[in-house]
Ligand binder design. Structure first.
Ligand code: CP
Ligand code: NVA
Length: 311
């Protein structure tokens, strides 16, 4: 009988040891790719991707990653599969589990990926929901380790909207024992139950989780400066208000100058230049956004091997 599948729906599904093991594998895969060494670790396996929202990085890095591991992927467009004609998530998940070896789901409500995971008998990976973006943040932690050579003692300042990326970063910082200061306007805080969970976790890992109003206080002494779009996918109707309320949180040269001089600048992309980040900062010498995007590939390949290999 096949063992129950292991899913990855949020960063908190993993322990620090499991994260470190994924990163060791990711570093090895990255080194192999640099030397153009082939690997067939997922030969014969097929990954399905069902995305309710658009994607450039997540889709392409998962599909390419699967290909590089000797497997294949199938993109299941919302417009083409029978769900749009009323077939339920439960029925679709049970049927797809008979064909596929893993599924990446990008959804609006986090509850939707939980429903996929509840019904699938294959691993389900969260490719972003309104609440979490675990694959992004695992890749970001890997990038921070590459650039700063450590996690302990590192301070992350996240400025702007307390969204899915902020929520996952808070979980990651709590698990890895890092300090994170989130600066956001009132009403735009990260998810309260995630912050509560992270603060409890932080007591054991010596992390620190701070939610502030003033971006200049948040970036003081920070080694990592992180921002994300002010209007996430699905919030388009709120855009005018968001542009106004979040304007003081722009990551610009003045804010960068208030951080540690060696601070790295991160953004999960896509960026809205001139809104949450200025072009000079996004393209500046402290920016690591392209390495960050590249590392999605290596870290997700390690995740795929971990979840799909022995099934
Ligand atoms: N950062 C990220 O998840 O990008 P996509 O929306 O392009 O996948
Ligand atoms: N917070 C953004 C991330 C995009 C990768 C969104 O959800 O649209």
């Amino acid at each position: 009988m096949t063992a129950a599948p292991t899913h990855l729906l949020a960063v908190h599904d993993l322990t620090s040891d499991e994260i470190l093991s994924i990163f060791r594998e990711a570093a090895a895969l990255k080194a192999m790719r640099r030397r153009a060494l082939p690997t067939q670790r997922l030969s014969g396996k097929t990954l399905g991707l069902f995305f309710e929202k658009p994607s450039t990085r997540t889709r392409v890095s998962f599909e390419t990653g699967m290909n590089q591991l000797g497997g294949q992927s199938i993109f299941l467009s919302v417009a083409d599969i029978q769900m749009r004609r009323g077939e339920t998530v439960a029925d679709t998940a049970r049927v797809l589990s008979r064909y596929l070896d893993g599924l990446v789901i990008r959804a609006y409500e986090h509850h939707a990926v939980e429903e996929w995971a509840c019904n699938a008998t294959i691993p389900v990976i969260n490719g972003l929901t309104d609440l979490h973006h675990p694959c992004q943040v695992l890749s970001d932690l890997f990038t921070i380790r590459e650039k700063k050579r450590r996690w302990k003692g590192i301070k992350i300042a996240y400025v702007g909207d307390g969204n899915n990326v902020a929520n996952s970063l808070i979980e990651g910082a709590a698990i890895m024992g890092m300090a994170i200061s989130v600066a956001c306007p009132s009403g735009y805080e990260p998810d309260a139950s995630i912050v509560e969970w992270a603060r409890e976790k932080a007591e054991r890992t010596k992390a620190s989780i701070e939610i502030l109003r003033d971006p200049y206080v948040a970036v003081k002494g920070a080694d990592v400066l992180y921002t994300d779009v002010w209007t996430s996918m699905g919030q388009e109707k709120e855009q005018t208000r968001r542009l106004k309320v979040l304007a003081p949180y722009q990551l610009n040269e003045k804010l960068v100058a208030a951080a540690h001089p060696d601070a790295i600048v991160m953004h999960c992309l896509p960026a809205h230049r001139g809104q949450e980040i200025t072009t000079d900062v996004l393209d500046g010498t402290q920016s690591v956004v392209l390495d960050q995007a590249e590392n999605r590939l290596h870290v997700q390949k390690a995740i795929l091997i971990r979840l799909l290999r022995d099934r």
